[in-house]
Design a protein around this ligand. Structure first.
Ligand SMILES: Nc1ncnc2c1ncn2[C@@H]1O[C@H](COP(=O)(O)OP(=O)(O)O)[C@@H](O)[C@H]1O
Ligand SMILES: [Mg+2]
Length: 293
């Protein structure tokens, strides 16, 4: 069975594709058969970061029945063990692919569309990424909140959820409905047995947060502070996994359409990525021996 790592960040440009391609490259280099899936329909560009200049087939070919087997939409990359599905969307059935790969990394779209939330919840090991900019942090917070609500929704029938929303409005006012903490407080009071299940469910998730594009003047502890705020306001635990330095070479590698880690392995950002990959592989239950250059 594959480990699935969904990568989400509320905002475009936070580095989801860069992180997906980099982790994929490191896992593949360590001998793990890894599949990257580009689920960012609006801006599918993951292929350029793994040296695939033009994807000659994509997920749409499966939808339009040009390709009959899902497996046949998988593209090889120039790197051993690293594979890609380009331009996938909500009808993708990951379960079908789970047996064939050790790792599947999902490059999710920006925003909080239901299919993005569902893909994020397809695994216990979701990774959030943001830059230190307040706009990006706000969007990642919004994404976490939406994921949280989506999961709570899962425990109620449509009729029961409507009833719950009505109760939240009655207790806490019309504006209160968008805040999961309000919903949770009503669930706790009115549906204690469901509350226990939801709490248990969230405790089994192992969410991670990565701060990308950290410049020298930025606060290195910002990630920890964000996690504390999330714990306080949403009641969910997100572990701060680490920072990735801002590095001009990332831009250079993308412009040259080559993999950053191969072109610029001796940079600070490359070190950060290797460190993160090591940490994540360990905490997600596998010891990897990484001999990357
Ligand atoms: N660590 C970094 N240092 C410098 N620039 C970066 C870094 N990470 C990402 N970028 C820049 O941000 C842009 C957006 O990254 P990308 O991974 O495409 O974001 P997303 O997939 O979240 O929309 C990239 O084109 C790159 O120029
Ligand atoms: Mg992207």
């Amino acid at each position: 069975m594959a480990h699935i790592w969904p990568i989400g960040g509320g905002k475009g440009g936070s580095g989801k594709s860069f992180l997906t391609s980099s982790l994929g490259r490191l896992l593949a280099k360590a001998g793990r058969k890894t599949l990257l899936i580009d689920l960012d329909l609006g801006a599918a560009n993951l292929h350029t970061m793994v040296d695939v200049p033009y994807p000659e087939k994509c997920f749409s070919d499966f939808i339009t029945k040009k390709i009959s087997l899902l497996e046949d939409t998988v593209l090889a990359t120039p790197f051993p063990n690293l594979f890609l599905i380009s331009g996938a969307h909500d009808s993708l059935d990951i379960a079908n692919l789970k047996l064939k790969y050790e790792y599947i990394i999902l490059d999710l779209g920006a925003g909080t569309a239901f299919n993005t939330l569902d893909f994020f919840l397809a695994s216990r090991n979701g990774i959030f990424i943001t830059t230190p900019e307040p706009t990006s942090i706000e969007n990642v917070y919004r994404l976490m909140r939406a994921i949280y609500l989506r999961r709570i929704r899962h425990y109620f029938s449509t009729a029961d959820f409507k009833m719950l929303e009505k109760k939240v409005r009655e207790h806490l006012g019309d504006d209160s409905i968008n805040k999961p903490e309000n919903i949770v407080s009503v669930v706790r009071k009115e549906y204690p047995e469901k509350f226990a299940l939801i709490k248990k469910d969230f405790n089994s998730f192992s969410f991670k947060l990565i701060l990308n594009q950290l410049r020298k003047q930025d606060n290195v502890d910002l990630g920890l502070q964000i996690c504390k705020i999330i714990k306080k306001h949403l009641g969910i635990s997100v572990d701060f996994a680490g920072n990735i330095a801002y590095d001009e070479h990332v831009h250079d590698a993308i412009c040259q359409r080559v993999c950053f880690l191969d072109r610029y392995p001796h940079t600070r950002a490359a070190n950060d990525l290797r460190e993160l990959n090591r940490k994540m592989s360990n905490s997600f239950g596998e010891q990897l021996i990484l001999n990357y250059l």
